[in-house]
Design a binder for this molecule. Structure first.
Ligand code: ADP
Length: 249
């Protein structure tokens, strides 16, 4: 197994002085599916934005994130974006084109692929997320769940080695949620999923990282961590229903 991602003592303070990350350290191996959980405001989104270099806005004095050994920094941005696909928490931050086709095509076009290849990738990615035939629709007229799936199609169209997903199941109805879980479960990519959907974590993630107040509080198997009711309650979460009958181990 080789290392897909390494985060070492990552600290980040927003320009208004809010200290969002206070020294986060963890590593993810190739092919792993890791759940990132924690209460609102824990620092999950801020952390994810660092994994493909969208934060910090300026070059940090020393890199704190490595993707396959490559330091995530401004001058390696292109290479990092090709390897790490990020699904934003808010689809409206990700969609900015007049049509679904153009939005999904944006990423692969930036990678320098030919027109025909991009078209094929867009069609297959839309099919994968269940939005076949949506090419000419206007993203801003879609429902929340449809928008989220367009964003995911755009990320998948770039065929990233590492998928970083921020709340991928919010706004989805139960059927779309089920389909997305099946899709995510079948992908070969390394996956890091920040979510409040703890059932998803139990079903898909081999490992869970719990963060609170900008720090890693606990790390372990989904069963052990999420099954620990005291730990969950102490950090604004709940033991998921599918683990109700089990005791922590
Ligand atoms: P989570 O994703 O776990 O809910 P966030 O990473 O969004 O947490 O937020 C971590 C902390 O940083 C919170 O206290 C939040 O209010 C703050 N924060 C998030 N974005 C900004 C911003 N753009 N400017 C200032 N503070 C922010």
């Amino acid at each position: 197994m080789s290392m897909a991602l390494q985060v070492r003592d990552l600290r980040y303070c927003y320009p208004d002085g809010k200290e969002a990350l206070k020294g986060v350290t963890f590593a993810v191996e190739d092919g792993e599916c890791v759940g990132l959980v924690g209460p609102n405001g824990a620092g999950k989104s801020t952390l994810l934005l660092h994994l493909n270099g969208l934060l910090p806005e300026t070059d940090a004095p020393l890199p704190a994130v490595w993707v396959r050994g490559i330091p995530v920094s401004r001058d390696r941005a292109r290479e990092i974006h090709r390897r790490v696909g990020l699904l934003f928490q808010d689809p409206d931050d990700q969609l900015f084109c007049p049509t679904v086709f153009e939005d999904v095509a944006f990423g692969p076009s930036q990678l320098g692929l030919g027109e025909q290849e991009v078209k094929t990738l867009v069609e297959s990615s839309l099919r994968t997320v269940g939005l076949e035939g949506f090419e000419h629709r206007m993203p801003h007229h879609l429902s929340g769940g449809e928008k989220r799936r367009v964003c995911l199609a755009g990320v998948l169209a770039c065929r990233p080695e590492i998928l970083v997903l921020d709340e991928p199941t919010s706004d989805l109805d139960p059927r779309a949620k089920r389909e997305l879980k099946a899709l995510l479960g079948g992908l070969p990519a390394t996956r890091i999923i920040a979510t409040h959907d703890l059932e998803l974590v139990v079903e898909l993630c081999s490992r869970v990282i719990l963060i609170d107040e900008g720090r890693v509080v606990a790390e372990g198997s989904a069963g052990a961590l999420l099954g620990d009711e005291t730990l969950m309650l102490a950090h604004g979460l709940e033991k998921p229903h599918i683990l109700r009958h089990r005791h922590p181990h």
